[in-house]
Design a protein around this ligand. Structure first.
Ligand SMILES: Nc1nc2c(ncn2[C@@H]2O[C@H](COP(=O)(O)OP(=O)(O)OP(=O)(O)O)[C@@H](O)[C@H]2O)c(=O)[nH]1
Length: 495
């Protein structure tokens, strides 16, 4: 009996309980914290997809976008997964054989089928937006335009994707969605200020878009687009100049220089030694050319370069009209433009041309000098220097570079001081700058008008708080058990 009593005193029941509770407490804390940490990690990342076809004047491109399914409304989450360049010209060039327009898309559609997981095909939206080439065809011949759209529609409807329609987007949409893309990809939309303007140079049209003050938009409603994104209001100035894309503006320059109908054109915007035969109809058939083919003109003319940058600037100047502004400020051709604001991203042909000519990171004055040097370089030397560059692009760089510098300075009013506000870009965070991403984000409602609610604490803060509180509770429990134990032991000693 005495032995048993001694054992009980050495190992009182509450000592075992304390150890048991302590172990349980530790296990509970570890389990709680592990659950909190693991909860934040999705077991398997699930992606969603969207496809946009950019049916431009010079070519069609297919963009596949991808985003994590559970983070649809966060900025910067949608990424370009795949890009396919359709072989051949833009769909508007198939006006004489419209069924070929749809057929031309097949290879890129097959690539898209392989690049989107099969189980996602039926829920992947597919859009086609046609730009300035189709705008021009619509002006020329509505029926042919409908036939071309019908042909691409037939092919797109037969894909396994969730086809959402093929349409000609307006110049305002092209400008505004280019702006959305640039600012979405650079994560500026949630901040509400300091957005980047968008300068887009296509083959048949060019767009300028930037955020401005509300009172600046009052002068011209047709140049205004308003957006409410993530709880911020944006008042955008936007304008699309049809016929001022890189290819159509060259036709304007050629038409303007061949008014006399001569059989040879000596063109300062092409390198000395460059020579090719062009038909008059290839220039004058464009709806951008409002003058008739000269009466004295034969079938064609020899287009010969003389390579002179200063004279080329004069040629370019003549395709702009700086008179007849009825607003407080204008860019050119009587079009309203408020004073430029902020930084700009210049993409598409702005990037191709300025990057080739090495004009993306220099002062305006140095760029002028570089341009003059390029234009005065003989054609044979240019060809030797760049044997792998497509000859059509190479021949046009003197004209295109001179046009871009003129458009940005005399057209839009960038100066030597504001020149550095323009960044020539191709991609932002791996996705191409252009209207397609903004278009898809808009149609899928992926940018909410109001800022989504954010949790009061970030996840790391929540885990820390949880750990701290659990430890505190555990310590309090231990202390209270210890005092209970001391009390019990002392009571036993009194007995
Ligand atoms: N120098 C050069 N030009 C290019 C290259 N790729 C495309 N281009 C030309 O750049 C111009 C603009 O191309 P895009 O941005 O695709 O224009 P688009 O969508 O066809 O034209 P729009 O319908 O007016 O928007 C066209 O004249 C193209 O021929 C390239 O790699 N180098």
């Amino acid at each position: 009996m005495a032995e048993q009593r001694e054992m009980k005193e050495k190992n009182p029941w509450h000592k075992a309980v304390v150890i048991f509770i302590a172990v349980l407490g530790i296990i509970a804390i570890v389990a709680l914290v592990t659950t909190a940490v693991l909860q934040n990690k999705p077991l398997q990342q699930k992606f969603k997809y969207g496809i946009v076809l950019d049916a431009g004047s010079s070519h069609t491109a297919v963009y596949i976008y991808e985003w994590p399914a559970e983070k649809e409304n966060d900025t910067g989450r949608v990424k370009q997964k795949h890009f396919c360049q359709v072989k051949g010209p833009g769909i508007s060039s198939y006006s004489l054989s419209p069924e070929q327009a749809g057929h031309s898309l097949r290879l890129c559609i097959q690539e898209a089928v392989l690049n989107v997981p099969r189980r996602r095909h039926h829920e992947t939206p597919l859009y086609l937006g046609a730009t300035a080439g189709m705008r021009l065809l619509r002006m020329e011949n509505q029926s042919l335009c409908d036939q071309v759209l019908g042909s691409v529609e037939k092919v797109l409807q037969s894909t396994p994707f969730d086809y959402q329609g093929a349409r000609i987007i307006s110049g305002q949409e092209e400008g505004a969605f280019g702006w959305v893309t640039v600012n979405y990809l650079s994560d500026r939309l949630k901040q509400g200020s300091g957005t980047t303007g968008a300068l887009d140079l296509g083959g048949a049209s060019t767009q300028i878009t930037f955020a401005t003050n509300q009172d600046e938009t009052g002068e011209s409603a047709e140049n205004t687009v308003t957006f409410r994104l993530y709880g911020n209001d944006y008042f955008l100035y936007t304008h699309s100049f049809l016929c001022y894309g890189k290819d159509q503006v060259l036709k304007l320059a050629l038409a303007q220089q061949t008014q006399a109908g001569a059989s040879t054109l000596l063109d300062p915007c092409f390198n000395q030694g460059y020579s090719t035969n062009l038909s008059y109809s290839s220039v004058y058939s464009s709806p951008c050319i409002t003058t008739q083919k000269p009466l004295a003109a034969g079938e064609g003319f020899t287009h010969r370069g003389t390579g002179n940058a200063l004279q080329c600037q004069e040629v370019v100047r003549r395709i702009f009209n700086f008179s007849g502004c009825t607003f407080s400020h204008c860019s050119f051709n009587g079009v309203y433009q408020p004073p430029l604001q902020g930084q700009f991203g210049a993409f598409s042909a702005y990037y191709f041309v300025m990057n080739f000519l090495n004009l993306t990171s220099d002062t305006l004055e140095n760029n002028m000098e570089k341009m003059a040097r390029y234009c005065s370089t003989p054609w044979t030397q240019i060809k030797q220097q760049f044997p792998n560059v497509k000859e059509k692009y190479l021949a046009e760089y003197c004209f295109s570079g001179t046009y871009i510098l003129f458009l940005l300075t005399h057209g839009y009013n960038f100066t030597s001081d504001t020149w550095s506000n323009i960044k020539f870009i191709k991609k932002i965070s791996g996705s191409d700058a252009g209207w397609t991403l903004g278009y898809m984000l808009n149609l899928t409602n992926m940018i909410p008008a109001e800022a989504p609610d954010t949790p009061p604490l970030p996840h790391a803060g929540y885990v820390t708080l949880l750990l701290f509180t659990s430890l505190l509770l555990f310590l309090i429990l231990l202390c209270s058990l210890r005092s209970l134990w001391v009390r019990c032991t002392s009571q036993r000693q009194i007995i």
